[in-house]
Design a protein around this ligand. Structure first.
Ligand code: SF4
Length: 234
């Protein structure tokens, strides 16, 4: 856990956000990795836009831990893309984070929990495994952006997350910034983007979005759910 005598995580996050929150994304990454060393991990879904943050990390510290939530429900395309991007960027420390087999057999033996209780399924396959993996870290890095959802509109670059610090280097980026960066650096895109999926999660919970124009509209179609649960603590 983060141990700064006399400081709460909230105060430390506010301080770091004040110091680094206006820097370019690459500099935010560099400063946070300098500060936390191997006690900070990047969490990536290897989804539609993930390659931007992974590319920035590869420039700063390609051997830094990258956690991938292996839910067992991904598109085959995502798993191939994970391998392709890892090799192309020279990332040497991508770690699969998996649910416990005993919990899967007890709570979702038919692998159909997502149909009736997606929150329970995300808790089983994402939230609890990530929470366990993060016990090894004081801070984590995400690719979340303010424009993505209403709930993220005021998200700081550095924020408290329970006992940890959460860092969002791309908070101020919009979709045009992401697309321009990918094009400028000739980065590989997730193959499903070309098939009309702007936001990609587990295969069984991802559809092409409707006419709303909201990229995350195709996630958990038919439910009011908009987040998998790993970002609820704030
Ligand atoms: S996104 Fe769907 S399949 Fe994946 S963990 Fe959540 S509910 Fe389960």
């Amino acid at each position: 856990m983060l141990d700064i005598p006399g400081r709460t995580v909230r105060a430390t996050a506010a301080d770091l956000d004040g110091r680094y929150g206006t820097l370019e994304a690459e500099e935010v990454l560099r400063e946070m990795i300098d500060l936390f060393g191997k006690r900070i991990a990047l969490v990536s879904s290897f989804g539609a836009d993930s390659v931007v943050l992974l590319h920035l990390l590869s420039k700063v510290a390609p051997d830094h831990p990258v956690l991938f939530l292996q839910t067992g429900m991904h598109f085959e395309e995502t798993l191939r893309y994970r391998t392709e991007v890892t090799e192309a960027l020279g990332l040497t420390n991508v770690i699969d984070v998996e649910p416990l087999f005993i919990e899967l057999s007890r709570e979702d033996p038919a692998a159909d929990l997502h149909q009736s209780e997606p929150d329970a399924c995300c808790a089983l396959r994402k939230v609890r495994p990530l929470s366990a993996a993060l016990q090894n870290y004081d801070a984590w890095i995400t690719g979340r952006r303010r424009h993505q959802t209403f709930a993220r509109r005021e998200m700081p670059v550095v924020e408290p997350d329970g006992a940890r610090i959460k860092v969002n280097p791309l908070a101020a980026w919009d979709q045009a910034d992401i697309d321009a960066y990918i094009e400028a650096h000739d980065l590989p895109r997730h193959p499903l983007v070309a098939e009309g999926y702007p936001s990609i999660g587990c295969a069984v919970c991802t559809r092409r979005p409707g006419a709303s124009g909201d990229a995350r509209d195709g996630r958990w179609n038919g439910f009011t759910k908009t987040e998998c649960g790993i970002h609820f603590s704030n």
